[in-house]
Ligand binder design. Structure first.
Ligand SMILES: [Zn+2]
Length: 569
């Protein structure tokens, strides 16, 4: 099948195309130089054309997401829809699987990553991926509180830790090394937490700093496409910005493995909004986002995502078990908690980020400050840590806030609690994002940092034909003033193509093919690997509730398996 998308205003930062009128040609799922006369024409005159959106950090599949769905019927009742594509779905902050795929596609997103997969529950995650149509996806297994990781790194055996990581990524069909509150979730198994990066985990006696450094070394040894993906310690605590800055420094002198090619960063720090807090209590809590932004501006080893508060009622869910307990103690709402054997833990708590409440107002301001004070959109990705700071369906609103100072000021001077002005610099920042910068933070930056920019995040020849066409005319719409047109335009794309197939037309889902599952297929030294496997097998007999042979996810769980190679030096 061939298509030609004619006359659109094309925004493709990776190829330095900034709003020029161009035709995009598509054949057999790829972007090509030219097509034959029989190609179907999609008229994009007066419309914006961008690569499909790439979400580097969201919670869309797996056990904790499903707990969120099951224990919040009120969230399901709030939002239900029958889609023309066939399935119905429900859930405002935690949509059901099919609805998740449909709604990402309606916004022009074609790739989304599940950012926290407990290895033991990988099977469940892949089962949900199977039922999440259209979007390409991958999952990041949790490594930061894993007993094997902590033991190997404590012994200083980075090679053995790399062999273990290689096995685990393969067994879980995982894509990246995710670290959540390193040492802290293990401490939560004993009812505690760690504070700062030099506070050791009980029994294992290893500090967060040692875990972050060791796993960053493992990451580069394995030549993984993505860097380590870090959720820092002390999430949500007033004064935590010092922990955040100290954590950013830990992998600073580790070099990105040149074999990974496109990536020059060694650290991806996630939902940094939750980690940019000053003060000592909620009473003297202030924004320290300017200090965090300044660090990102001055250092090239790091890319962050924001985790923007959307001022909604939502469902928080994370492997940061002790944090969820703190949150539940704070808001008194229902709390789910789980310990995952030798690997990790998790918690789920509903949360209401009210614009009229002081703390959420400042949290909103902090997220906006990060976006607006980090100079280079090549260092920041748009996320809401969906659903933690708000659901991914609010991305169009976040885009509109970023493109319009007036939209922000209406909120700041209107219903937003005065703390936002008093405890942050947000009211003094008048920067407005351009369409090209929006394309960066939603597409090219994320594709690049994930190591997927050969085929994702751009519209050059050879890229996957994942394309979004929006009903926004940059010649007549001034985002600064017409911010509602921006929010509406990015909410329901005029057309979305996924691998060269039309999946959305006029905002409606019209086809729902399976997306690919990316995972990393790494090779390690055979003798180290067999030694590590022997240790893993014996620990399985001793401690795990499942048999070693039943643990790995078998290949037929991945109908569109997309392995990415890495090789140990
Ligand atoms: Zn997250």
């Amino acid at each position: 099948m061939e298509y030609i998308i004619k006359n659109g205003f094309v925004y493709c930062p990776l190829n330095n195309v900034d709003g020029e009128k161009m035709d995009i040609c598509v054949r057999d799922g790829k972007i090509v130089e030219s097509v034959s006369d029989s190609a179907k024409v999609i008229d994009a005159s007066g419309k914006i054309v961008m690569p499909g959106g790439v979400d580097p950090h969201s919670h869309i599949a797996g056990a904790k997401v499903n707990v969120g769905r099951m224990y919040r019927p009120e969230d399901s009742r709030r939002d239900a829809e029958k889609f023309k594509a066939g399935r119905a779905g429900s859930g405002f902050s935690v949509p059901s699987t099919f609805m998740t795929g449909y709604r990402y596609a309606q916004m022009g997103y074609t790739t989304a990553m599940e950012a926290a997969m407990p290895p033991l529950l990988a099977r469940h995650t892949h089962e949900e991926f199977h039922d999440t149509p259209i979007i390409d996806h991958a999952a990041y297994p949790l490594f930061g509180n894993n007993w094997f990781v902590m033991e190997y790194l404590k012994e200083g055996d980075v090679d053995a830790c790399a062999a273990y990581a290689s096995w685990l990524l393969n067994a879980t069909k995982g894509y990246a090394i995710k670290i959540v509150n390193p040492a802290g979730t293990e401490a939560w198994g004993w009812g505690g937490n760690v504070h700062g990066i030099y506070d050791p985990a009980p029994y294992f006696d290893i500090t967060p700093a040692e875990i972050i450094k060791g796993l960053a070394e493992v990451n580069e040894k394995l030549q993984l496409p993505h860097s380590i993906h870090l959720h820092c310690n002390d999430l949500g605590h007033p004064g935590n910005y010092e922990t955040t800055l100290a954590s950013f420094d830990v992998p600073k002198n580790i070099k990105a493995n040149p074999a990974t090619g496109e990536r020059d960063t060694v650290l991806y720090a996630t939902h940094v909004q939750f980690h940019s807090y000053g003060g000592t209590t909620w009473r003297d809590f202030v924004s320290e986002a300017p200090k965090i932004a300044d660090y990102v501006n001055k250092n090239d080893h790091i890319v962050i995502d924001v985790g923007q508060i959307t001022l909604d009622e939502t469902t928080t869910m994370t492997a940061d078990g002790p944090m969820e307990y703190d949150l539940h103690s704070l808001n008194g709402l229902k709390w789910a908690n789980c310990d995952v054997e030798l690997e990790t833990g998790s918690g789920v708590v509903p949360f209401i980020y009210s614009a009229r409440a002081p703390v959420p107002a400042v949290q909103w301001a902090i997220g906006m400050e990060l976006f607006l004070l980090i100079d280079d959109p090549g260092k920041v990705c748009l996320t809401t840590d969906s659903p933690n700071a708000g659901p991914f369906t609010r991305y169009p609103r976040v885009i509109a806030w970023l493109m319009s100072n007036k939209y922000r000021m209406n909120l700041i001077e209107g219903e937003l609690h005065k703390w936002a002005q008093r405890k942050s610099t947000i009211a003094t920042v008048d920067r407005e994002y351009t369409f090209s910068e929006i394309a960066q933070i939603t597409r090219s930056t994320s594709a690049k940092v994930l190591g997927l920019s050969e085929t994702k995040g751009h519209l050059g020849v050879g890229a996957d034909a994942d394309i979004a066409v929006y009903n926004i005319n940059p010649e007549t719409v001034d985002p600064s003033v017409d911010y509602m047109a921006i929010e509406e335009g990015f909410s329901r794309a005029a057309y979305v193509l996924k691998d060269g197939e039309i999946v959305v037309k006029d905002g409606e889902v019209v086809a729902s093919p399976h997306g690919r599952t990316y995972w990393v297929d790494t090779q390690v030294d055979e003798s180290i690997y067999s030694e590590v496997l022997a240790n893993v097998e014996s620990k399985f007999k001793q401690y795990y509730s499942v048999n070693f042979a039943n643990y790995p996810v078998q290949d037929d769980y991945l109908p569109k398996s997309a392995p990415v190679k890495g090789v140990m030096l």
